[in-house]
Design a protein around this ligand. Structure first.
Ligand code: SF4
Ligand code: SF4
Length: 346
């Protein structure tokens, strides 16, 4: 009976369009706390960052009724990356299906939630930030492997979102992955990391990561020495995934992501610097929710940092205009560009 419920859930998930589905009892998540401690031990600076993850290591304190976690993979490599944002905005953010109701992936998630409820199960999901350590749960369920760049890989490469539901029934349904490990001497991801955030296999300092510093971290980029290593990234970074041979030919790019073709021209450095608050709040912030409705200034600083790293004469007026910005950090970043490139302000 229990076994057939687990199989029915998996079958439903696959029918809805998920790539993989596993179910594990909550005690199987136990090793997550140890992993967090190991990370902090290896990179003591990261303690502040992982403090925020502690809630994921103590699921039962918040949800004492939970018995199992259903963990699912959702590939996003079928989507086309518009030229004007390619290499500037991280793909997981461009194709973030977690809360975008216009996507089939969001709808499949809602349908699965309703299906679980129709089975009489109590269900909990946190679509934005997760209810468990996602990669750890997916690993325990045998859905794939974690590679040296810390990303979770399935047969679709690392281009997969993970999604988890807590349920109040003890079930178990695991898979066996046949994915090969990282090649013995491969360290491409570590060598390619622009800020040395990924400093060793399975070891990173999240506080140095461009994805952190251009989104929910990095509130003082004008004074951040690593900002000159951000290259062309404005929001997020895919370098350690893009260089990985295990991602070779994994990006299919057949479909347009809902609304992205229309939005992409507004996400260039130039467009961001000219963007008004209303447009930002309506069109940009709901999609890129790691920055709040009051943080358009942060996007503008990120855009100026891109310009600082790739200054050309065509940006001169944008930089001069930014000197008059109402946002202090934007003015400070513009000032630093003027100093670096000896731009005449008169
Ligand atoms: S996302 Fe970019 S900055 Fe962060 S670890 Fe990977 S390569 Fe380094
Ligand atoms: S680049 Fe090499 S070492 Fe890094 S995750 Fe990919 S296969 Fe593993």
């Amino acid at each position: 009976m229990i076994e057939s419920i687990a199989l029915s859930i998996k079958q439903k998930a696959l029918e809805l369009g998920y790539e993989k589905c596993g179910i594990i009892p909550i005690p199987m998540l136990d090793g997550y706390q140890e992993k967090l401690e190991e990370r902090v031990k290896n990179v003591p600076d990261s303690g502040v960052f992982y403090k925020g993850q502690q809630r994921l290591a103590h699921v039962q304190e918040e949800f004492p009724w939970a018995k199992s976690v259903i963990i699912l993979t959702v590939p996003y490599s079928k989507y086309h990356v518009p030229e004007n944002v390619s290499g500037h905005i991280g793909k997981s953010y461009l194709f973030d299906v977690r809360i975008d109701e216009n996507t089939t992936e969001y709808q499949q998630s809602r349908q699965l939630e309703l299906y679980l409820q129709s089975l009489g199960l109590k269900v909990e999901i946190n679509r934005k930030f997760g209810v468990v350590g996602m990669r750890w749960a997916a690993l325990q369920a045998g859905l794939g492997i974690i590679r040296r760049n810390n990303f979770f890989y399935t047969e679709s490469g690392s281009w997969v979102h993970l999604e988890a539901f807590l349920i109040d029934m003890e079930l178990e349904l695991k898979s066996n992955t046949t994915l090969p490990p990282c090649p013995k001497n491969c360290d491409r991801c570590i060598k390619a990391c622009p800020t040395a955030s990924l400093c060793n296999a399975y070891t990173m300092n999240p506080l140095r990561c461009i994805s952190f510093l251009t989104t929910f971290g990095g509130r003082n980029l004008p004074q951040e020495p690593m900002a000159e290593n951000f290259g062309e990234w404005i929001y997020g970074c895919d370098v350690c995934q893009d260089v990985c041979p295990m991602n070779h030919k994994k990006w299919a790019a057949q479909e347009a992501f809902p609304g992205l073709t229309e939005l992409a021209p507004s996400l260039t450095a130039e467009a961001l610097l000219n963007m008004g608050e209303d447009f930002y709040r309506d069109k940009v912030q709901p999609k890129f929710f790691y920055l709040t409705a009051d943080e358009l200034w942060k996007w503008k600083v990120n855009a100026l940092n891109y310009i600082k790293n790739h200054y050309q004469e065509q940006y001169r007026q944008l930089v001069l205009d930014a000197l008059e910005s109402p946002y202090p950090k934007v003015r400070e970043m513009a000032e630093s560009i003027c100093v670096l490139y000896s731009i005449d302000k008169n």
